[in-house]
Design a protein around this ligand. Structure first.
Ligand code: UD1
Length: 419
């Protein structure tokens, strides 16, 4: 298994190009099941999760063509196999996003239940209840969700009791081909959802309320071909902003968008990081010391849970204390013991962690069990004295495109050790 070696202490300087967003690409790819297409996505990131989704769509019977140089993915043809097998779904929870499109278009689907994952139980009850409200009959048998809607789905008023990105996406896609009007209340407002809605509209869907927590969808009989550019990855941008800040460097995040970062920019500024919107992206620099700053994770536009581990790494070397509260996922502090091995002073109790800043971290061999936790260890390694080896790099490859090459290009001493 590959590892990443970092020798810390170098300030980053230069431009880091931000790739297309993983969390936008995955639902956008699932929309290909709603049409015979072709649907072409541009600005597609080269990530393991995108490869997994390509494999899943191909086994459903779609023709998937990926050009990594041109950064495009084209999907066409209708699904011939309506089953998403356990082996693919267990690799990536977002596979459950094929459920809504398959039931909406073909009146049935059999999708493996995703089960638990390292950051918590993450159920799909909200997805299933909403599909039932739209007329689907759902049974769970042998670990599979079996959904049937022989006469097609019917528009409904769905009120989500809790904000869910995945459930909003699944129901938004399903509603585009349902009979009549659907209203999604307490919808998630993440930029990836607005991007999904924009792509669906290019395919012929009728959606109102983009960017708000109330989406209204008028079903249409069929969707057609489209070409759609994937938005830049706000979490990758936020992560590299933390990399610039933790090393006391200055970088331009090429293509990053301020309006997509929500509370992350405000919190970084409170912590002493300069973030400015400039031609071509965002300029991030840190000339003075970092200040301990409290943060609570929330749905967009609040501070993203997917930035919590990276911000914690930053707070490890800030002056004073920071209280970091995780409200979206239970069990999302797996990076804490690994950061502690590098000399960080962190105590946590329940959903909150207190980080007391130290002047320096020390390099160490570390590993983590999820994507964002892994990258937080890379950030800590960039600031630490001596050598850090990050094991289990496959987590990073799921969501960060060539992370070591991008960081090396702006001056980090970092390399991949093939294993
Ligand atoms: C998506 C993102 C993930 C991010 C998360 C929150 C993708 C591919 N993944 O995950 O990176 O961390 O949003 O911003 O876009 N829940 C239920 N029942 C459900 C669905 C969700 O109880 O049916 C709970 C979850 O356990 C969690 C909360 O709702 O506590 C939010 O989860 P959700 O927004 O659905 O996350 P994902 O869509 O899985």
């Amino acid at each position: 298994m590959d590892r990443i070696r970092i020798r810390g202490g170098r300030a980053l300087s230069g431009t880091i190009p931000i790739s297309g967003a993983k969390n936008a690409a995955l639902p956008l790819m699932a929309t290909a099941l709603l049409t015979d297409g072709p649907l072409t996505l541009t600005n597609a990131p080269d990530l393991a999760d995108v490869t997994t989704m390509s494999g899943l769509l191909a086994q459903h019977g779609l023709e998937v063509t990926r050009d990594k140089v041109a950064r495009t993915i084209t999907m066409s043809g209708g699904a011939t196999n309506l089953e998403a097998p356990y082996d693919l779904v267990r690799k990536m929870r977002a596979s459950v996003l094929v459920l809504g499109p398959l039931v909406a278009r073909f009146g049935q689907a059999r999708v493996s239940l995703p089960g638990g994952c390292a950051i918590g139980t993450r159920p799909v009850d909200l997805h299933l209840k909403a599909l039932e409200q739209m007329g689907a009959q759902i049974e769970i048998t042998s670990g599979y969700i079996e959904a049937k809607a022989p006469g097609g789905l019917k528009g409904a008023r769905i009120i989500f009791p809790q904000v869910s990105v995945g459930a909003t996406e699944n129901i938004l896609m399903a509603a585009t081909l349902a009979q009549g009007t659907s209203e999604i209340v307490n919808a998630a407002r993440e930029p990836e959802i607005t991007d999904l809605a924009a792509c669906l509209m290019r395919m012929g869907a009728r959606i109102e309320g983009l960017g708000t927590d109330r989406l209204v969808v008028e079903g249409v009989p069929a969707l057609g071909a489209a070409v759609h550019p994937i938005i830049p990855d706000r979490i990758e941008a936020g992560t590299f902003a933390c990399a610039a800040a933790i090393t006391g460097g200055q970088v331009l995040l090429g293509g990053a968008r301020l309006d997509h970062l929500g509370a992350v920019v405000r919190i970084l500024r409170d912590a002493g990081v300069d973030v400015a919107e400039v031609d071509g992206g965002l300029k991030v620099s840190r000339l003075n010391g970092l200040r301990g700053t409290d943060v609570v994770t929330e749905p967009f536009p609040g501070f993203a849970t997917d930035m919590q581990a990276q911000f914690m790494a930053l707070m490890c070397v800030a002056e004073g204390a920071a209280m970091i509260t995780e409200t979206i996922f239970e069990n999302r502090f797996m990076h804490v013991p690994e950061l502690a091995r590098m000399g960080a002073r962190i105590n946590f109790h329940g959903a909150s962690a207190i980080v007391r800043g130290v002047p320096k971290l020390a390099g160490a061999p570390v590993m983590a069990t999820d994507l964002r936790a892994s990258v937080s260890l890379v950030l800590a390694g960039l600031a630490a004295e001596g050598e850090t080896i990050v094991n289990r790099v496959y987590h990073l490859d799921r969501g960060y495109e060539h992370v070591e090459a991008k960081l090396a290009a702006v001056g980090a001493d970092i390399e991949r050790l093939p294993g």
